[in-house]
Ligand binder design. Structure first.
Ligand code: PLP
Length: 392
């Protein structure tokens, strides 16, 4: 037995042990729609999967495969398959696993696009959807116990940073015979490993922290090999594959994942603590705060609390409109998880698909600001917030 290799080393080296083109030390971008064979026998073996290789880039691609391997290794998964976006990963996973007459249990404040799959698209296929109050573990356990095919979890949640007890809920899911899926986008495998806590599958929007540079979209699913094979098969037919250039950018981003997450964990915690003392701020949501209602669970299942926090300003949406334009070191944009700090409001970002009434029903106030801490210096970010909040 060799010692387990740390996240830092795996992020840099993971998935890159294949021999690369003519000694290149970096993974090449392979832009080829198909792969040619002189021998029909070889071609047949690869096509049947009895020999490694590639046939057609809608199915597999060498650059994309390295990205999948890197995430698979970081999550400690048996298998991984990737997608054009996080929503492609999530929707392909749900459409693979669910059939008419099945029941899925999840929570009210999943990512806005995921919520749309639950409220708009799955009911059309006669899949019964039961969305529970996110903080109420007993309610989720009761909903699961009455039978379900899939238990779909996301933690910490977007944008109010609620935390679900993955080990407790995965046990409840398995007792009911459900497949347990967890969206690990906010935590990343550096802070949280849902498969070790009992989830069967982990999904990611690689667009966020995994890529980390806000220049490529992507998604990935990893976990149990049989389940991933079924999801891969659905994707090879529906065609929502990751582009090789996006895979290249995501691989490059992943190499610094552990460094970025370390800095973002630190920045977010410092800023959350600072905002808590700030008179312009009505409430701060961050699982790393001792006052967070799920802080104990977060401490148990996370090794860091992540780069995203949110806060409520006194003065509601009007105050938000005055403060956000004053920030110098923040993009006002829909994404998160990049090296730059990014601010947004649920109405313009994660829950843009929802009406104000729907957001209210999900417990998302209109005066909320989501703050994704970048890798900048925390003192500079706090000075920037100080001058911006003087407008309230
Ligand atoms: C952004 C996001 C998604 C969707 O990912 P895309 O890459 O934008 O499709 C899913 N889940 C969470 C938690 C997200 O933040």
């Amino acid at each position: 037995m060799t010692d387990p290799i740390s996240n830092a080393t795996l992020a840099v080296w993971g998935g890159e042990d294949e021999s690369l083109v003519q000694g290149a030390t970096q993974v090449p971008v392979v832009y080829s729609a198909a792969y040619g064979y002189d021998s029909v026998d070889d071609w047949l073996e690869v096509a049947l999967g009895s020999k490694p290789g590639h046939i057609y880039s809608r199915n597999t691609n060498p650059t994309v495969q390295v990205f999948e391997d890197k995430v698979r290794i970081l999550e400690g998964a048996a298998a991984a398959t990737s997608f054009a976006t996080g929503m492609a990963a999530i929707s392909n996973t749900l459409f693979t696993l669910l059939s008419p007459g099945d029941r899925v249990v999840s929570v009210k404040d999943t990512y806005g696009g995921t919520n749309k799959i639950f409220t708009e698209f799955l009911p059309r296929l006669r899949v019964e959807v039961d969305l529970c109050d996110t903080g109420d573990h007993a309610q989720i356990e009761a909903a699961v116990a009455s039978g379900c095919r899939v238990l779909y979890l996301e933690t910490p949640t977007n944008p109010t940073l609620k935390v679900l007890d993955l080990a407790r809920l995965a046990a409840a899911g398995h007792a009911a015979g459900a497949i347990v899926v967890a969206d690990n986008t906010f935590a990343t495998p550096i802070n949280q490993k849902p498969l070790q806590l009992g989830a069967d599958l982990v999904v990611h929007s690689a667009t966020k922290f995994l890529g980390g540079h806000a220049d490529a979209l992507g998604g990935v699913v990893c976990g149990d090999a049989d389940l991933v094979r079924r999801i891969y098969h659905y994707r090879e037919i529906t065609g929502a594959m990751l582009d090789p250039m996006a895979a290249f950018l995501l691989i490059r981003g992943l190499k610094t994942l552990h460094l970025r997450i370390r800095q973002q964990n630190e920045n977010a915690l410092r800023i959350a603590r600072w905002l808590q003392e700030c008179p312009a701020v009505a409430a701060v949501y961050y699982p790393g705060l001792e006052t967070h209602p799920h802080h104990d669970v977060a401490r148990r299942q996370m090794s860091g609390f992540g780069g995203v926090l949110s806060f409520m300003l006194h003065g509601g949406f009007d105050a938000v409109k005055r403060v956000l334009p004053r920030l110098r070191f923040a993009h006002r944009a829909a994404n998160l998880g990049a090296v730059e700090t990014i601010v947004g409001t649920p109405a313009t970002t994660s829950h843009v698909e929802c009406t104000a009434e729907e957001r209210a029903a999900m417990g998302i106030p209109e005066g909320l600001v989501r703050y994704s801490a970048g890798i900048e210096d925390a003192d500079d970010l706090i000075a920037d917030l100080t001058q911006a909040l003087a407008a309230v």
